[in-house]
Design a protein. Structure first.
Length: 473
């Protein structure tokens, strides 16, 4: 692997960023995605079989959770760009996510460890004692019996923490279904705990997802042609790592959840999330950390407000009369300033300079009344992308069903590969992920080098062409 001339804002100090930071960033995202996918993929089974929720209610719960998880990245990106910075946003969000995943893990341990008539053994140093869970549930006290267990931890064993929690916390799920009885659905309090956990998970994910990709791109200097070429490769390998982690989650983690138990099934993702935090923080001395330069969402709102305030003004006859300020736009126009376009002229009114603007002229104008052409064109560019964004609505409407109704349908299929092994229902999405990973490898190693000869574009084809081909397929 070639060495890259790395840069930093502080001359005289050891250069930061570059390929050396990629293992830490990829490790963080791989473990985070393993935890997220391992948590979400088979959650419909957990809701219907452990919390006894009706299928439609469970599907709606997960769909609402998915929608919330898709909106929280807007909040995470705003916080990172406005004041917190990407590193601290990722770190704090990862800790929030880890707390929730540990809480769910302990909740499942309480569930699997509180079945009537079962005895739970303490591990290692305390394996000479036993705790009767029936007495624990009746009196919220621990009754210790003398004895020795040579088998160590059994399938329904828990550690000291879960025993302590079970002694002070109420039952976190409905009673276990008995043969011939109607299953009792989770009550309001139990559902409240579930919804709070899902909300915190969405918040944690919202702080990680929008920042990791851009933080990885920050490690390369866009003004260096050599490093710029590695930026495109970073995106390809980033999504390859994400796909690989998801593939592991929908195969190994789902298998553990279905055939080993939910304790290990949620415990492994919880451990993976802890590893991701350690890996990410460990690389801190090597990262290039950019100072927050303000959220682009704020700039977009400022243009809208300024255009609305000046809606009654006549349009200028010459676009050169619109406000320009290269110094003001320096931090947001590293790759060059956007030029004025003739579409959506009603937004151009945000850049009209009035007598009031002259009277209040300072080194920096009131951006809620006056914006530069570059900032107006940013909003225009975003609005032009709306049809492209809207074209993916139907795709994702179908895609979100993969972990709900499609999973339940898979349970009715004959999934046996041999007489003794059948594919878990939650692992049916492995075919989608496998094809995605194969496509990424083909695109990066075969398609791009060939197309670069014809188009002269470093990345083979434009992003718009790439998206169009994907939608067509």
């Amino acid at each position: 692997m070639e060495d890259i001339q790395q840069t930093t804002h502080d001359h005289g100090k050891k250069p930061k960023g570059g390929l050396i930071t990629m293992p830490f960033i990829f490790a963080n995202e791989s473990c985070e995605r393993l935890a997220m996918a391992g948590f979400q993929t088979n959650m419909i089974t957990y809701l219907t079989q452990q919390l006894h929720m009706p299928m439609t209610k469970a599907a709606n719960t997960l769909t609402n959770f998915g929608g919330t998880s898709s909106l929280t990245p807007l909040l995470g990106a705003f916080i990172a760009d406005s004041f917190a910075g990407r590193f601290w946003t990722i770190t704090v969000a990862s800790i929030i996510y880890q707390i929730v995943s540990f809480h769910l893990f302990m909740q499942v341990l309480l569930i699997t460890g509180s079945k009537p008539g079962k005895t739970i053994s303490l591990a290692n140093k305390l394996k000479g004692f036993r705790v009767d869970m029936d007495h624990l549930k009746k009196h919220q006290l621990v009754r210790v019996k003398m004895g020795y267990d040579q088998n160590g931890l059994e399938s329904n064993q828990v550690g000291m923490i879960s025993l302590t929690l079970s002694a002070i916390l109420p039952n976190l799920r409905p009673p276990t279904c008995q043969d011939g009885q109607v299953c009792q659905e989770a009550n309001t309090g139990q559902l409240a705990i579930l919804y709070i956990s899902l909300l915190l998970t969405a918040i944690g994910s919202g702080g990680i997802r929008p920042c990791v990709v851009t933080y990885g791109a920050d490690q390369f200097d866009e003004t260096d042609e050599k490093q710029k070429a590695y930026t495109w490769k970073f995106f390809n390998w980033y999504y390859f790592c994400v796909g690989t982690s998801t593939l592991v989650a929908v195969t190994i983690i789902v298998y553990i959840q279905d055939y080993v138990g939910w304790g290990w099934g949620l415990g492994v993702p919880s451990i993976a999330m802890a590893i991701s935090i350690v890996a990410f923080v460990f690389g801190y001395p090597l990262y290039r950390n950019m100072d927050p330069s303000g959220s682009p969402f704020t700039r977009l709102v400022q243009v809208c407000v300024a255009a609305y305030k000046k809606r009654n003004l006549p349009m200028v006859s010459d676009a050169k009369m619109l406000y320009e300020n290269e110094e003001l736009d320096a931090s947001i126009s590293v790759a060059g300033r956007l030029l004025h376009t003739e579409q959506m002229k009603f937004l151009d009114k945000a850049a009209i300079v009035t007598q009031e603007d002259y009277a209040n002229s300072q080194s920096k104008p009131n951006l809620w009344r006056l914006n530069t052409v570059h900032r107006v064109e940013e909003l225009k560019s975003l609005l032009r992308m709306c049809p492209i964004w809207a074209s993916g609505i139907l795709l994702f409407t179908a895609y979100v069903q993969q972990n709900t109704f499609s999973l339940q349908q898979a349970k009715t299929m004959n999934r046996h590969l041999t007489k003794s092994f059948q594919i878990p229902a939650g692992s049916m999405s492995v075919f989608t992920l496998g094809s995605m990973l194969a496509t990424i490898l083909f695109y990066d190693r075969v398609f791009v080098p060939i197309m670069k000869r014809f188009t002269g574009v470093e990345r083979g084809i434009s992003f718009l062409s790439r998206m169009g081909i994907g939608f067509a397929i």
